[in-house]
Ligand binder design. Structure first.
Ligand code: HEC
Length: 103
């Protein structure tokens, strides 16, 4: 995924100050979301950057940035985003949300 001019080193969970739940959420994110969403850069990939997503009032679509709305997006997907309701367990979604709050 790293290209010539984008050689930022990947930070460890400890460097990011992640607790165990957030760290397992990060693994879910890396596996299922990272190919389409940047967590630590404002660059858009296939989907919009999710940097600071819960620090903002609204998601890119204009929905309020809160746990309920984001859980729905993950469960049901969007126009160009696949649904993960049948892929992720409720616990994985909780861990994922905990991680997204650290972005
Ligand atoms: C195949 C690419 C793809 C994957 C994988 C993907 N997304 Fe998305 N995501 C998108 C696109 C594209 C959008 C923009 C809305 C649309 O057009 O569907 C989006 C939008 C979003 C939004 C903003 C929704 C809004 O209302 O503005 C959030 C939050 C989000 N994705 C989270 C995630 C999470 C968390 C995962 C991993 C479980 C994930 N996405 C996996 C492509 C993807």
């Amino acid at each position: 995924m790293l290209t010539g001019c984008d050689v930022e080193r990947r930070k460890s969970d400890a460097e990011l100050g992640l607790n165990p739940q957030q760290a397992s959420g990060r693994r879910v994110f890396d596996y299922y979301c990272a190919r389409c969403h940047e967590p630590y850069s404002s660059k858009d990939l296939q989907g919009p950057s999710l940097q600071h997503m819960f620090k903002k009032q609204y998601l890119p679509s204009g929905l309020p940035a809160n746990d309920d709305r984001v859980t729905e997006v993950v469960q049901y997907g969007k126009t160009h985003m696949p649904a993960f309701g049948n892929v992720l367990t409720p616990q994985q979604i909780k861990d994922l949300l905990a991680y997204l709050h650290t972005l």
